[in-house]
Design a protein around this ligand. Structure first.
Ligand SMILES: Nc1ccccc1-c1cnco1
Length: 239
């Protein structure tokens, strides 16, 4: 998979080359290109933004800078992803969609966003997704790109040491993961739940499922509403 990121803060994307992703890049599973948007400016000040039409606070990033940048970076195969608070929610399901792509281009907006005509024009040639990683306001899209790239890269074959790790992912079965424990058996007078040391894997699986359902009900009841009934019956009958 080829990933390209266009940003005015290239150094913000340095963590992409660390740890998990660094190994994926070394293995040739992912290649990452980070491009400084200012390389496409023509003026001495390298201006990338201007005041918003219609007035209002902040600055809007210029179409006549972003357009040529995306023309150079995107190909016919590109899926262009624009992180924005106004985007559709980025979910594990969307991460799986992106993991099947051959070329992802991320456009990092700053200020009050990017002139809408950039997205409208790009959509004439490539598939464009405006996505949000949550209902809060960041200063720019770079942090969202780091989160999205990590969520996507770990799904690629060969990136994670243990491919079975995905099966227990939170959200994989539509529920939150329950609590985890490791040695010591008692820590600050807090003991590991006995069932987890029982060796009875049917009981352990049942306990873990109950913990997962309870935690989801308590913290994310919305996830339960969107689960089909059979998601409960099938899995629970098997336990
Ligand atoms: N707040 C932001 C500002 C700029 C670019 C993306 C975002 C964003 C993405 N997901 C939530 O917020």
């Amino acid at each position: 998979m080829q990933i390209d990121v266009v940003t005015i803060f290239p150094e913000y994307l340095a963590p992409l080359r660390a740890a998990l992703l660094g190994k994926a890049i070394d293995k040739g599973l992912i290649s990452v290109g980070v491009h400084d948007l200012r390389d496409w400016t023509q003026d001495v000040h390298k201006a990338v933004d201007d005041s918003p039409y219609g007035g209002g606070p902040g600055m809007v990033m210029k179409a006549d800078i972003w357009g040529p940048a995306l023309d150079d970076v995107c190909t016919d195969e590109t899926r262009l992803i624009v992180p924005t608070p106004a985007g559709r929610p980025f979910t594990q399901e969307v991460a799986h969609e992106y993991a099947n792509e051959s070329h992802l281009v991320f456009a990092c907006g700053r200020y009050e966003g990017i002139d809408q005509r950039v997205v409208d024009d790009a959509a004439r040639r490539v598939r464009v997704d405006e996505v949000s990683i949550g209902d809060y306001v960041l200063v720019g899209g770079e942090v969202a790109v780091l989160a999205i790239v990590e969520a996507v890269a770990r799904l690629l074959p060969g990136v994670l040491g243990n491919p079975k790790s995905h099966a227990e992912d939170s959200f994989q079965d539509g529920l939150l993961e329950g609590p985890s424990y490791t040695r010591p058996e008692v820590w600050r007078e807090l003991a590991v739940p006995d069932v987890l040391r029982s060796g009875n894997h049917r009981l352990i699986n049942r306990w873990r499922r109950d913990q997962s359902l309870a935690r989801t009900f308590e913290r994310r009841p919305d996830l339960l509403e969107s689960l089909p009934a059979e998601a409960f019956d099938k899995h629970d009958r098997a336990l």
